[in-house]
Design a protein. Structure first.
Lengths: 229, 294
């Protein structure tokens, strides 16, 4: 039986900044579709850099990186746009637009993809229902707590049903209980079929919400709990 | 669609394609006013050119040059007339003998105290030359030709010959000033929109991270540029009317009229193009080096 291709695959992946600093050095690993993966490591280990490579905000200096069948080194701007439309991204600072309502924030990926206006509200209402914020559709983000804002960011990331969700320290600013709830949502999305890659400092989550753990140190891969090579 | 799934009117995104226009605030109003002033100056320039063309056009059909041949050289008149007619830019050549010239002079001078015979004996033979519409070199050519036949040219008529050339040069100056004012308009719009772009940098970056096409990101700003440029042009056109009404009575005395309506389409077009171009410049992407973190 043919093996399912990895949703993210890298071979000797390297990123060196123009200043000469090496941010990532020779990382090789595959992430299978449907996995739940933690990226851990100290500050400056390369977690966020690797995340940015996954959605094309940075390009590899050498080596090979393929994300959802897109070869990231040589991908055109158009291919990167296509990839981003198939990728949900959650940031530590959630990057919500405070001058826009929750609806407008969550609908933004759909508007970018050209969804008709009449379908937006029902879709946004549905994903907000998933994160328990259906009643906040017309609120502004500043009226929400930190945990609620992060849930809105999760809703925005999942609204177009992407097969890959990248979460860069989504619990970094949250208390333990709220962080657990946020990771619950990611786990649920994973159960629904999405591949989730989440970078975190919070090692307690690894026990309460088990997944494959990839550890980076100074830009190098030093441990992989789920390596199958 | 049920009421629950309707977007409230206050939030409805009204632009085609779901674009939301950036808020129209003080910056935009100031930019529109500045654009209006620049385009008003442009409109004034065009009005001035319109008037100058009418003024020149009102008498240029009556321009004639005169060559004078002394009576003692009358035998050379046919040769001179033939040579003048052969010059490029000559529409018509008429010979006027001293008797006819003396009749004209009597009618201009009234009671000069001279008899017509006295006048005729003192006047030269005259060639009256009507230039073609485009004959910038004719006066100089006549000036060179006349002495060869013992004739002279009425040098006071050179200013008439030059008037049309000056107008033609003025057209180039007007075009140059037009381009400068349009560039200034584009810069005003560009600076204003650049401020808006910077204030919304997070939103634009987010749109790009979500995979938005460049036109999707830029379209609201292009629309805003067109609104500022077009609105400024309309305001400038309206502000021209006090001038048109004020100067209209005075110019009517010279049989000149100002056509304000004909200025609206070119002003609008220029404002819209300058606004769109300014918006395009304002939304050009700057590539940042990757930040070192993470």
């Amino acid at each position: 039986m043919a093996e399912t291709p990895a949703i993210i695959s890298m071979q000797q992946l390297m990123l060196r900044y123009k200043t000469g600093k090496t941010a990532l050095a020779g990382i090789s690993l595959d992430i299978a579709p449907g996995s739940f993966v933690y990226l851990i490591g100290e500050s400056g280990a390369g977690k966020s850099t690797l995340m940015r490579l996954f959605y094309g905000d940075l390009r590899p200096s050498s080596g090979r990186l393929t994300v959802q069948q897109t070869a990231m080194r040589d991908a055109s701007d158009g291919e990167i746009r296509q990839l981003r439309q198939k990728t949900g991204i959650v940031f530590q600072d959630h990057r919500l637009l405070f001058s826009r309502t929750v609806f407008e924030n969550v609908a933004l990926p759909l508007r970018v993809q050209g969804w008709p206006m009449e379908r937006l509200v029902s879709r946004v209402r549905k994903v907000l229902g998933f994160v328990g914020l259906e009643d906040r559709l017309w609120s502004y983000p500043e009226a929400l707590s930190g945990g609620e804002q992060q849930r809105v960011a999760i809703a925005r990331a999942m609204t177009s049903q992407p097969p890959l969700i990248l979460a860069d320290e989504p619990t970094g600013n949250l208390d333990e209980e709220t962080a657990n709830r946020v990771v619950d949502y990611f786990m649920e999305l994973n159960r629904l079929g999405a591949t989730v890659v989440m970078s975190t400092h919070d090692l307690r989550l690894l026990d309460s919400h088990p997944g494959r753990v990839i550890q980076l140190h100074a830009g190098a891969l030093i441990a992989d709990s789920g390596a199958v090579r | 669609m049920s009421d629950a799934n309707k977007i409230p009117d206050a939030l409805r995104l009204r632009l085609p394609g779901g674009y939301s226009l950036p808020p129209f605030g003080l910056h935009q109003i100031l930019a529109l006013a500045t654009v209006a002033i620049a385009l008003w100056a442009l409109g004034l320039l065009w009005l001035g050119m319109q008037t100058a063309r009418q003024w020149v056009g009102s008498w240029q059909s009556e321009i004639v040059f005169h060559l004078y041949l002394p009576q003692e050289k009358a035998a050379g008149l046919p040769a001179l007339q033939h040579a003048v007619a052969a010059l490029p830019g000559v529409a018509k050549v008429s010979a006027i003998d001293p008797q006819e010239a003396s009749q004209r002079m009597q009618s201009w001078l009234g009671d000069s105290g001279l008899t017509q015979a006295d006048l005729a004996s003192r006047l030269p033979y005259t060639l009256e030359i009507a230039p073609a519409t485009e004959a910038p070199e004719l006066f100089a050519a006549l000036g060179e030709l006349a002495p060869k036949h013992g004739a002279s040219i009425n040098s006071d008529e050179e200013s008439l010959a030059n008037a049309r050339n000056w107008l033609s040069e003025l057209d180039w100056v007007a075009l140059f000033v037009t381009l400068i004012l349009l560039a200034a308009t584009a810069m005003i719009v560009s600076n204003t929109l650049r401020m808006t772009v910077l204030s919304r940098a997070d939103e634009l970056a987010l749109m790009r991270l979500l995979g938005a096409q460049e036109w999707f990101v830029r379209m609201p700003f292009l629309i805003e540029g067109v609104v500022i440029g077009g609105g400024g042009a309309l305001a400038a056109w309206l502000l021209l009317w006090p001038i048109i009404f004020g100067a209209g009575h005075w110019l009517a005395a010279f049989s000149l009229t100002l056509d304000g309506l004909s200025l609206l389409p070119p002003l609008l077009l220029c404002g819209i193009i300058a606004g769109a171009f300014g918006a395009f410049i304002a939304t050009l992407r700057t590539r940042d080096d990757p930040a070192e973190h993470g």
